[in-house]
Unconditional design. Structure first.
Length: 494
C-alpha cells in the first residue's frame, strides 16, 4: 500500500510560511509524503490561511469550493484549514464548507495529524482552536523548503495594538524562546549545511521583553557571529519603537549579519501614525535610518507603507512622500488600505474613497520606483559575492543566466559560469547594469566558491523525490530566496 500524499497551500506572511514547514514536517513524521507536482491532487490538502486582507475569506472559500467535487470523486481525501483565518472564523468554516475535515488554529498546529486521524475514524469534522500556545513551533518536526537557507523563529505573538492589524488577536501576546534553544537550533542547521538563517518574529527586535532583557536581541546577533560556518544572518521584521542603538552596533560589528534592514514605516504622517497607534513619529523613524546609514553606509533598507488609512489627508500623504524621499529605500512594499474585519480601523470615520487611495498609491509607487532605480544604479561597477539561489530568476533558462542574492539582499542575475555551480554556492561578480528591482552582472564570473551549503543542496537533490506544492504568498516578499522568497514584507503589521 502506497503512502498517503499531502499538499500544503500557504497564504500570508513569513510566519505562515514557517508554520507550513512545520505542518509538512508533522505530516511526514506521521507517514505522509509530498504529492508530486504533476499529480492530480493529494490525499490531504492543508490550507494555511491569512486573515490580514479584507477578501481573505472569499479567497479561501473559493478554493475550498473548487476542491469539493475532487473530494467527492476521491474516497478518503481530507481537507484541513489552519492559520489566522481559522483562528478567527472557527466554526464558520465548517458551516460554509461542510466538506472540510479539520479546522485548527495558530496555537495548536502540532495537533494536525491527530485531528486528521480522528476525523477519519469518527467520520465528522474536527474543529479544535487553542486559545494560547500549546508548544513553541520550533519544537515540532520540520520539512524545510531549502537546504541552504532557513527560518529560525525567536518569538511568536505580538504585544502591539496597531489599529489596522488583527494579528496580535490571532497569534497572542509575545512569547520569546530561550537564547540557548535558538542558538542550538542554528548550530544544528549549520551542521546540516545551512549557511544563511533569517531570525523570525512578529516584532523581532522586541525579543527579550518576555525574558526581561532589553538587549537580548543585540546579544543574539553577536552570538550568531560566533557560529562557525554560518555565513549570513538576516532578521525580519523589526519595529521602529524597539530599534535601539545596541542593535545597530551589533549589526555593524558582526561580520555575518548582513547590511540589510526591513523597517516598516506604514505612514510618514505623525497624525496618521497616532491614529494607527504606532508608537513612533516621523522624526524618530528618520533618526533610525540616519544612524543605520552612519554605521553601515552600504546598507539596503526596505519598508512597508499603507496608503489611504482612514482620515489620511493630502497633507498627511505628502508627509509620507517626504519620508520616502529622505529615507531612500532600496525597496518599498506599498499597500492600499483595506478594512481588516475585527480591527479598530475598520470602523473609523474618514474612510478614504477608492479612487483617491488609488491615485495616491500610484504616486507613491512612481516615486519609489525612481528611488529604487537610482539606488540600484549606485551598485554598477561594484564587485559582490552572490549566494546562488534556486528559482529566483523566472527568465534564467531563456537568458542562460543564474540568479542569487547579494549581501544586502539585492537580487542579482549573472552569466552562467563555465564550471557548474549549485544553489548555496558563492560567486563573485561585477555589476554591469541596474534595473529598479534587480541587478545584472553580464561579464564572466570572477570566482566560484563551492560551499557546504551547495553540498547540502546537491545531496538533497541527488535522488529524485516528490516536491511539495509551492508556497502561494498573499503579499509581496523580499529577502533570502528560500525557504520561500523571503524574508517577507510580512502582514504589514510590524
Amino acid at each position: 500500500m502506497s503512502a498517503k500524499t499531502y499538499e500544503v497551500r500557504t497564504y500570508g506572511c513569513q510566519m505562515n510560511v514557517h508554520d507550513s514547514e512545520r505542518l509538512s514536517g508533522l505530516l511526514e513524521d506521521a507517514g505522509y509524503v509530498p504529492a508530486p507536482k504533476d499529480a492530480d491532487g493529494a490525499d490531504v490538502v492543508v490550507f494555511n490561511t491569512c486573515a490580514v486582507r479584507e477578501n481573505a475569506d472569499n479567497r479561501l472559500y473559493g478554493n475550498l469550493g473548487q476542491l469539493a467535487p475532487k473530494k467527492a470523486a476521491r474516497p478518503g481525501m481530507q481537507i484541513a484549514v489552519g492559520g489566522c483565518l481559522a483562528q478567527k472564523d472557527r466554526d464558520t468554516i465548517v458551516k460554509k464548507a461542510p466538506w472540510v475535515d479539520v479546522v485548527f488554529g495558530t496555537h495548536n498546529i502540532g495537533k494536525l495529524p491527530v485531528l486528521l486521524e480522528r476525523a477519519r475514524v469518527q467520520e465528522e469534522a474536527q474543529v479544535e482552536i487553542a486559545e494560547s500556545l500549546e508548544a513553541f513551533p520550533s519544537t515540532l518536526p520540520t520539512r524545510r523548503e531549502s537546504a541552504y537557507a532557513a527560518w529560525v523563529s525567536i518569538s511568536v505573538g505580538c504585544n502591539n495594538t496597531c489599529t489596522f492589524c488583527i494579528v496580535p488577536a490571532l497569534r497572542g501576546k509575545e512569547k520569546d524562546r530561550r537564547p540557548g534553544d535558538i542558538l542550538a537550533e542554528i548550530e544544528a542547521l549549520v551542521g546540516e549545511g545551512v549557511s544563511e538563517i533569517t531570525l523570525l518574529g512578529q516584532n523581532v527586535n522586541a525579543y527579550g521583553s518576555d525574558i526581561g532583557d532589553r538587549e537580548a536581541f543585540s546579544k543574539l546577533l553577536r552570538a550568531c557571529g560566533k557560529i562557525e560556518g554560518l555565513e549570513r544572518v538576516r532578521f525580519t521584521s523589526p519595529h521602529p519603537r524597539d530599534f535601539t542603538d545596541d542593535v545597530i552596533a551589533a549589526m555593524a560589528e558582526t561580520p555575518n549579519v548582513m547590511p540589510q534592514l526591513h523597517m516598516p514605516l506604514q505612514s510618514g504622517s505623525d497624525t496618521v501614525l497616532k491614529a494607527m497607534r504606532r508608537s513612533y513619529r516621523q522624526e524618530r523613524f528618520l533618526g533610525i535610518i540616519e544612524k543605520v546609514r552612519a554605521a553601515m553606509p552600504d546598507a539596503a533598507i526596505s519598508t512597508d507603507i499603507i496608503v489611504g488609512f482612514p482620515g489620511e489627508t493630502e497633507e498627511d500623504f505628502e508627509q509620507t512622500l517626504h519620508t520616502v524621499r529622505e529615507s531612500r529605500f532600496a525597496q518599498a512594499f506599498t499597500f492600499q488600505y483595506s478594512k481588516r474585519p475585527g480591527t479598530p480601523a475598520a470602523t473609523m470615520e474618514g474612510q478614504i474613497p477608492k479612487e483617491v487611495v488609488q491615485a495616491r498609491y500610484e504616486r507613491l509607487v512612481a516615486l519609489q520606483e525612481e528611488i529604487s532605480w537610482e539606488e540600484n544604479k549606485k551598485q554598477v561597477g561594484r564587485t559582490l559575492e552572490v549566494m546562488v539561489a534556486e528559482g529566483e530568476g523566472r527568465k534564467d533558462d531563456a537568458t542562460r543566466r543564474l540568479s542569487g542574492r547579494a549581501p544586502d539582499n539585492r537580487l542579482v542575475h549573472f552569466t552562467r559560469p563555465e564550471e557548474p555551480v549549485r544553489p548555496g554556492d558563492m560567486v563573485t561578480v561585477e555589476i554591469t547594469y541596474a534595473a529598479p528591482h534587480h541587478l545584472l552582472a553580464e561579464g564572466q564570473v570572477q570566482a566560484v566558491r563551492r560551499t557546504r551549503a551547495g553540498d547540502a543542496w546537491e545531496k538533497r537533490n541527488a535522488a529524485p523525490a516528490a516536491q511539495p506544492a509551492g508556497v502561494m504568498l498573499g503579499l509581496p516578499t523580499i529577502g533570502a530566496p528560500a525557504p520561500a522568497p523571503a524574508p517577507a514584507a510580512g502582514c504589514g503589521c510590524d
